[in-house]
Design a protein around this ligand. Structure first.
Ligand SMILES: [Zn+2]
Length: 594
């Protein structure tokens, strides 16, 4: 038994999330966590909404609300969507809790005390008409590198380079079009060069990572410079140093704080669990394992910035130092990055209407149909394209006609012939062969999920579904009316196979796993689902917010469970909904009209 931290990327709370987001970080981390619980491990799955940074400010300004109001709105939307999708977070919280502020400030103080936050003077923009600081992202101009016209002060979306606003050609304020003036501004830079050796030593032991993630991470070390961890912005976490804390225009960089969310959410979970120190077994026990799930655009922050923050905190860089009160925090065991999902051959784009939001998807289709699609056809180790035609085909041909049909005809035949799971007679080799296959599949499917090869894992489970359907076709139970002993053996064997397959598929399909369990007369929970709790901020009684949490202790083990003869089986209703012929056209019409 291991302690396993499932650290899932924090969705940004500036709007609703689309299925590309949950394909990258959401479903894969949930499948992994569900499997690890069933395999007997102690799993802590945490995340939350990321609520600081300029995009929240810009969006709030556009909508005429405060940044906190905007974050409140989308935090709730995201919480509801992820819950409906069945993502089994132990705690899904947010970055505007007082607990998060305190943990982030403690991290900063100790990293600073250990000498890894270097103060440097840069040139920052102010608005000549208001005298106020103009954040980098509010400045637009021509990219000095590629000549692109709409480059922002922090980054050029055309060539992808990080920029300094002062280097833009013809810089203009995006707020009122005026030309900013540049004044000296002090900032703290994380001394990344001081971690190059430690990061390299650590990365070179990470041989089991996906090759492209490891290669990308190692390449980052070739060109490492100090990176600003404070910003001229008035929305974010105050810099916890004298002379800085009270300055309303200096805040910690959103990425400095967002990655600390994994730690602060673990601490919040422990505080809410009644054992405030319980988080330590996932963070400071050298035997504990930690897996970070994200899309490939965030690899830098998880294989470089976050490990550097951790090394700075524990004194693991070239300048030495001593750990703060959190102790020797573990570096990530694995950074599990997915590739990108596109839709009908195009990049997802809310502004261009190339999008299907999680909420709209779940209002029209079963959550397990989306989870099935993501698990079988998602961007696991290469970019993937979501098409409505493929979604329909996989749902109807594989989920409904394959797995759903096996469940339905098994329960129907058991109900009609016996009304309960029958007592088996003597098994023939064909019966033994089927059960031997489903039994040995546990090892293979488990190994594949544990090493983040979910497409292969669910493919293997679905191959067993085909084997079970073939068994039913070959043994022809509908022709065995005159041989009740053989009929009982075949239907008992089929019921056992369905039960085994349901266990194998339950990390992928948690909603239907419960229904299949009940279709065979099972009682109790085999596939726990998350819930939303309305909680009060632990350090500010005036604040309430929703969290995702749940009790996942009821999961069965990752092994076959014998079906019990005599268990009543009712007439089944189909578990999966077949999609209409015209749904593809209807969805494509929606896209065209957007
Ligand atoms: Zn450029």
């Amino acid at each position: 038994m291991s302690h396993i931290l499932s650290a899932v990327a924090w969705p940004y709370a500036n709007g609703p999330r689309h299925i590309g987001h949950v394909a990258g970080f959401g479903v894969p981390s949930d499948v992994f966590s569900r499997y690890m619980r069933m395999a007997g491990h102690d799993v802590l799955m945490v995340s939350g909404t990321d609520e600081h940074g300029t995009p929240i400010l810009v969006q709030a300004e556009q909508e005429g609300v405060s940044p906190q109001e905007l974050a409140d709105r989308y935090n709730r939307v995201i919480v509801e969507d992820l819950t409906q999708l069945g993502l089994s977070y132990d705690l899904f919280t947010r970055t505007t809790t007082r607990n998060h502020y305190a943990v982030v400030q403690e991290m900063f103080r100790t990293v600073h005390k250990n000498g890894y936050m270097v103060e440097q003077t840069t040139m920052g923009a102010i608005s000549p008409s208001t005298g106020r600081t103009l954040p980098d992202r509010y400045i637009e101009g021509t990219c000095p590198i590629c000549g692109y016209d709409g480059a922002r002060g922090d980054q050029c979306d055309n060539c992808g380079n990080q920029l300094d606003a002062i280097d833009l050609i013809n810089p203009k304020s995006r707020i009122n079009g005026e030309t900013p003036t540049f004044v000296e501004s002090n900032h703290f830079f994380l001394d990344l060069p001081a971690f190059v050796d430690a990061l390299g030593d650590w990365l070179r032991t990470r041989t089991n990572w996906r090759p492209n993630v490891l290669k990308f991470s190692l390449n980052l070390l070739d060109d490492v410079r100090p990176r600003a961890m404070t910003r001229d912005i008035d929305w974010g976490i105050p810099v916890p140093l004298e002379g800085w804390e009270s300055n309303p225009n200096k805040r910690l960089y959103v990425w400095f704080d967002a990655v600390i969310g994994y730690l602060s959410a673990s601490i919040e979970w422990a505080r809410r669990s009644g054992d405030p120190e319980a988080w330590r077994q996932f963070w400071t026990d050298p035997q504990a394992l930690s897996y970070y799930f994200m899309g490939k655009d965030n690899i830098t922050f998880h294989s470089q910035i976050w490990p550097a923050e951790l090394l700075g905190y524990t004194g693991g860089g070239s300048k030495g130092g001593t750990p703060g009160p959190y102790g020797n925090l573990n570096l990530p065991t694995e950074v599990v990055s997915s590739e990108f999902l596109t839709m009908e051959g195009k990049q997802f784009s809310s502004s261009r209407g190339v999008v299907i939001y999680v909420r709209d998807m779940l209002s029209r289709y079963q959550p397990d149909a989306l989870r099935y699609y993501i698990s079988t056809a998602g961007p696991e180790s290469q970019d993937a394209d979501f098409t409505w035609a493929d979604f329909k085909r996989r749902t109807n041909d594989e989920l409904v006609a394959g797995w759903g049909n096996l469940v339905n005809r098994t329960a129907s035949m058991v109900h009609k012939n016996f009304g309960a799971i029958p007592e088996p007679g003597t098994r023939q080799p064909v019966d033994e062969a089927l059960l031997a296959q489903t039994t040995t599949a546990f090892g293979r499917v488990g190994e594949l999920i544990g090493t983040h090869r979910h497409r292969a894992a669910i493919g293997e489970a679905m191959r067993m579904v085909q084997e079970a359907n073939r068994y039913v076709s070959e043994t022809e139970p509908w022709k065995l009316k005159t041989d009740p002993d053989r009929l009982a053996t075949v239907l008992h064997t089929t019921s056992q196979a369905v039960s085994d397959l349901n266990t194998l598929l339950s990390p992928f399909l948690p909603h239907s796993a419960q229904q299949v369990h009940e279709a065979l007369g099972g009682t109790g929970t085999v596939s726990p689902l998350p819930r939303i709790d309305e909680v009060t901020d632990l350090d500010d009684p005036s604040r309430q917010y929703p969290v995702i949490t749940g009790d996942y202790s009821a999961v069965p083990g990752w092994e076959p469970r014998p079906v019990v003869p005599g268990t009543p089986v009712a007439k089944p209703t189909p578990v999966f909904t077949k999609l209409d012929d015209d749904m593809v056209e209807a969805e494509l019409d929606r896209l065209r009209q957007a």
